[in-house]
Design a protein around this ligand. Structure first.
Ligand SMILES: [Cu+2]
Length: 749
């Protein structure tokens, strides 16, 4: 096999234990058959089973027969909800928070010599030579070549902590542990964790941070080197088994060929689930707002894998990168860059910019925080799930125990209730510490977890963190490992941005929720507490998670719903340092929101309706939209709307429409993400919310992800501008997405 970019020969050892053909015999068909064979019983839908049967078996549930029943059936027939308990990290809040530096672009002197150079011509968009960039430069703009980055997807190692650990069991008691040779260590033995195997952009987790600017297009060459494994690492039993990838910049205003979505990839480009080892794709990010409307500018993207059926596994395996985007435009003469990373100019948001000689730049006091929860193998929990009969990971011989993987990341592809971890990490480090100056900071929060939702508060604690097991807690109460029993809120957040970029005006918050894939940006002023008293050097403030979410279904306790005053899990420790110059301000007003058309309500009758719900299509396929699992080559159909129509999810280029996203119930929550353009929520549970309610202040902003509470319905107004082709919308609980809660839609010329 030849490396497409450099022309060098690389090791050819790709396993082909999964169909990668255009559609072929899909994993899903196989799964349905496999489930029947594996379980040794006929798989019937809940309706086929019939309510009496369910009733007899005690499987009727108060939250709706269908959901409760299918779940109970699943529990009975297919699933084991057993997870390992991660070893206890004994020295939390010692490792420093990794603060990402800007990735450095590839200079023309280098990429000019690539065997296949980036460019606008036919065949130049990927190594297959079958695609071109739909638009090489923003319309109307002087043609400018993009800044080029090269990110290799590689196998590497990652350590979540340097702390010694104490192996504990589900009761919180010391237990045995193992090493890679299978040797057993007695209960009570402190250990050092082995590094976990990651699939990662340029080998780091989180991957590189690209600091982008509106008006300066970026082209990223993503190249697959996952077949090389120079360190000879054990790949374990998760991650796309064909080692393909598909990178999505969430939620860039991007042409389909650069969008990394499976509706596109199965019909064009790779004509497969993703780009295989040895292949590259050039994703072109024009850094240009929808409709060339400055009000559509955003501020914080991230890029992650989107390979169909294995997105959760690949993201959990490390395929996460950061992409803050700045706006250097001068809107008011003399005020300078509006949001250019320089707190002396424009909005004067916190940030001190340093320009590097290669065109990149770093911004101090402007820090992304990527939250990711994981579980580490205890060596005694059986690896067992619906995938075991599929031959995806033959070497693992699952169901089996894997003492040789003790202390490395553990993943279950499709746990019945979704996947949540018990160790919380920030920027790849468990329970880190950041020494902050006495001044204002800008923090860009990102939830890159598979399913966990967080709710954060800023708290002080006199006595400090206590290990949950030493407080007599066990089971799911051990999640997060530490508590601050005496924690008290001490500061507020000033929210300045959501998924859709800068808000029209700042919002002061005591706490905020962070759902999977969502971004929220905040200013935190470390000079004083909320009561006005000054901070002093050495003071400690904990960023604390107060949402208890024992499994992937939803939270059990949060501020909005049955708060648990004892659930205060510190995830990041701030230590106040010296005073520092601060030229930043908290603005009174920021990005105005584009106006709604005055006739938007007249569009209600013919809106497109998508209902997300748990159901049963056989086997593990139970996450559906409008009653159907994802069909990657098909454009979805709306449920019947008030006009009596069931329109295709097909929109004319440069049009706008209303889409309703409805949670079909069953007591689940779904973070529902729509690719391509951010939207604005106009109706929530049949109420006009264009004047936002207190519970949802961000309805006054634009977002790319609808956070659907149980049985909640939202109507969003959205545009379909500038590009044509296939996109997707899907649940961003990645366990749901990978099990078919996704649909294809299209923009037509
Ligand atoms: Cu979901």
């Amino acid at each position: 096999m030849t490396d497409e970019t450099t022309g060098q020969t690389i090791e050819a050892s790709v396993q082909t234990d999964e169909t990668t053909g255009k559609s072929g015999f899909s994993r899903r068909n196989f799964l349905q058959l496999g489930a029947v064979a594996g379980a040794g019983v006929a798989v019937l839908s809940a309706q086929q089973m019939g309510v009496p049967y369910l009733s007899v078996r005690g499987l009727l549930s108060p939250d709706g027969a269908f959901d409760g029943a299918s779940e109970a059936l699943a529990d009975t027939l297919f699933y084991t909800e057993v997870f390992p308990t991660s070893p206890l990290i004994l020295a939390p809040f010692v490792d420093p928070l990794p603060v990402p530096k800007a990735a450095r672009p590839t200079q023309v002197s280098e990429f000019a010599y690539w065997k296949k150079t980036p460019g606008p011509g036919m065949g130049q968009q990927n190594s297959l030579g079958n695609e071109r960039h739909q638009m090489w430069a923003p319309p109307g703009a002087a043609p400018v070549d993009p800044i080029v980055y090269k990110l290799d997807v590689v196998v590497n190692t990652h350590a979540f902590t340097t702390s010694p650990v104490l192996p504990i069991d589900i009761k919180g008691k010391p237990t045995v542990s193992f090493d890679s040779t299978g040797k057993t260590y007695a209960a009570g033995t402190q250990r050092t964790l082995p590094p976990s195997t990651v699939y990662a952009f340029n080998g780091t987790f989180p991957g590189p941070m690209i600091n982008a600017e509106y008006g300066k297009p970026v082209l990223v060459r993503f190249e697959n080197h996952l077949d090389e494994n120079p360190l000879g690492l054990d790949r374990q039993d998760f991650g796309a088994p064909d080692w393909s990838f598909l990178t999505h910049l969430h939620n860039g205003h991007t042409a389909p060929e650069s969008d990394g979505n499976p509706h596109y990839s199965m019909k064009h480009g790779p004509n497969a689930h993703g780009y295989a080892p040895g292949m590259f794709v050039d994703n072109l990010y024009l850094n240009w707002p929808a409709g060339n409307d400055d009000r559509e500018k955003q501020s914080f993207f991230w890029f992650h894998d989107h390979r169909m059926d294995h997105t959760g596994a690949n993201v959990y395996k490390g395929m996460v990168g950061l992409y803050p985007i700045y706006d250097p435009k001068e809107y008011v003469a003399g005020q300078g860059m509006y949001d250019g990373g320089d707190e002396r100019q424009g909005l004067r948001l916190p940030g001190v910019r340093t320009n590097n000689s290669d065109g990149s730049f770093d911004v101090a006091y402007d820090i992304p925080l990527a939250f990711y929860d994981c579980r580490l193998d205890d060596g005694v929990t059986t690896h067992q799930d619906m995938h075991d009969s599929m031959g995806e990971f033959p070497l693992a011989k699952n169901p089996a125990k894997h003492p040789e993987w003790w202390g490395k990341t553990f993943f279950k592809h499709f746990p019945n209730h979704g996947f949540v971890g018990d160790i919380f990490t920030v920027n790849g480090t468990a329970y880190p510490t950041l020494e902050v100056k006495r001044r204002k900071y800008r923090f860009r929060f990102l939830d890159c977890s598979v399913a966990r939702i967080y709710e954060f508060k800023l708290m002080s604690s006199t006595k400090g963190p206590k290990a949950a097991n030493t407080l007599g807690l066990s089971g799911s109460e051990l999640q997060g490992q530490y508590r601050i029993p005496d924690g008290q809120q001490c500061m507020k957040f000033t929210q300045i941005a959501s998924d859709g970029g800068l808000l029209p005006f700042p919002i002061t918050r005591d706490s905020f929720e962070l759902w999977p894939a969502k971004r929220r940006e905040f200013i935190v002023d470390f000079t004083k507490y909320q009561d006005g008293s000054p901070t002093t050097k050495g003071d400690v403030i904990y960023l604390t998670n107060v949402m208890k979410m024992p499994d992937g279904r939803m939270w059990s306790n949060s501020s909005r719903f049955s708060p648990d005053p004892n659930y205060k899990v510190p995830v990041l420790k701030f230590v106040i340092g010296d005073i520092a110059e601060d030229n930043s301000q908290i603005p009174k007003a920021m990005r105005p929101i584009p106006p709604l058309p005055s006739n938007w309500q007249s569009m209600m009758d013919n809106r497109l309706i998508f209902e997300v719900q748990r159901g049963s299509a056989g086997g593990e396929i139970e996450w559906m939209i409008n009653g159907k699992p994802f069909e990657p080559e098909t454009v979805a159909t709306s449920l019947k709307n008030k006009a009596g129509l069931t329109p295709l999810a097909q929109q004319k280029k440069d049009s706008f429409n209303l889409w309703e996203i409805r949670n079909g119930g069953g007591g689940w929550v779904h973070p529902f993400h729509l690719h391509m353009e951010e939207h604005r929520v106009v109706m929530r549970n049949n109420k006009d919310v264009t004047n936002p309610e207190p519970g949802h202040p961000e309805d006054a902003s634009r977002e790319d992800l609808v956070a659907l509470d149980p049985s909640e319905s939202t109507v969003v107004y959205r545009g379909f501008r500038d590009f044509v082709g296939p996109y997707v919308a899907h649940c961003h609980n990645l366990a749901h997405e990978d099990h078919a809660m996704m649909f294809g839609w299209e923009i037509t010329p």
